[in-house]
Design a protein around this ligand. Sequence first.
Ligand SMILES: Cc1ncc(COP(=O)(O)O)c(C=O)c1O
Length: 467
Amino acid sequence: MLEITLDFDYGNEEPIYIQLYTFFKKEIQTGKIEPGEKLPSKRKLSHHLGISQTTVETAYEQLLAEGYVESVERKGIYVRELNRDLFLHVDDVPKIIKEINDESEQYKVDFSHGTVALEHFPYPVWRKLTIHGLFEEQSSYFLNGESQGELPLREAIAKYLYQSRGVRCSANQIIVGAGTQYLIGLLTMIIGRDAVYSMEDPGFHRTREAFKDQGVILKPIPLDHDGIDLNHLVESKAKVTYVTPSHQFPNGMVMPITRRMELLQWAEDEGRYIIEDDYDGEFRYKGTPIPSLQGLDNNGKVIYLGTFSKSLIPSIRISYLVLPNSLLEKYNQHYIIYKQTVSRLHQHTLWQFMINGHWERHLNKMRTVYRKKQATLIRSIEKYLGEQVTVIGDEAGLHILLCIDNQLSEKELIERAKAYKVKVYPTSVYYNNNQPEQVPNILLGFGGLTEEQIEQGIRLLKEAWRI
Ligand SMILES: Cc1ncc(COP(=O)(O)O)c(C=O)c1O
């Protein structure tokens, strides 16, 4: 019989059968009990460990249910052959968790651009609406919904887009989906993988990879002061182009109306389309609002891409496409076969959130919150970093760029900031060739930081960069 030495912890809340099951599981996963070995009989083990046979039986049943062991009739219970490489070594788990914690604990201030002001997220309202959704019309919400997304939610989005972003569309043109990258994949299938695609360079790296993974030809198009460079776009012979006109990602310029009109003119040719990613257009701090490209388009050439990741919370994973009618036809002919990727319950909660006025209130509040945070950031930069840095792209959105002319490379700036426990981000990753600018631009997101943290972070950067 196997030598089993095991001290139960009777003071522990964990039942004895779980302790026994966990012991065997660990021994099997780490190879201390090998495949083909027989486990002791229930009677012998219960006697050996001084516990009841039922306790042993329950532990064995769990091991059987999870496939660690098998029962051979009239012979006993044997350890199964397992691919141990698939298991994370049990002893490593605390270490890995610790390493992850250590990584986040390393920083006092993290200027991430992917976070939002969670302290202002209306949890009580969201919780109430979610719970309500669970009770209301229970039966239907647990079945598949519409491929395009729930119609009432699409109607609410269409209304909001018209009022706030000048987007003209009906609910029929909206396709809800779990994130920008998923929607880019779907869109590439609808437009066709044989078209030549292009996008801003620098541009959103996640979109770039999503295009590349679709196997399409993707041309990087440089920027000028106003956004995507039209001469290069024409030369590229691309049919489709992806832009972020409300707040270029990452450089932050807002595309002026003249460039918008020129771009729309470019798109007039047969088969051409513009993908307008309006990811954080809700937050504009300077100048008069410029209508979305979609709102200026009279020829059905703009595909509008929106998201709730910045304006609400990123984890909800609700984004959407607004298709022009020509592409909507293609979608309906074939791609409607793809089921909706966003949970019906989340859609229901968001719909309720929108139609009951919470969304508008939340947006208005967040505009003030982010305006204040951005003002603190700019003020702190002026106060601590002064003339050696230039702020880029502060007209809108939840991030800015800092151009730092003190002979340090992008990598050095990031490493020095890290030594002072401040996390700042590179912009080289947004270039097609991953090369940093000669005078580096560092990306600073501020949405998830308090005003105190923002000021503290910039003060530390002054010391780190010795400015
Ligand atoms: C340029 C850009 N587009 C879209 C998104 C949002 O992506 P998703 O809708 O997948 O959350 C972001 C978020 O960081 C972004 O920076």
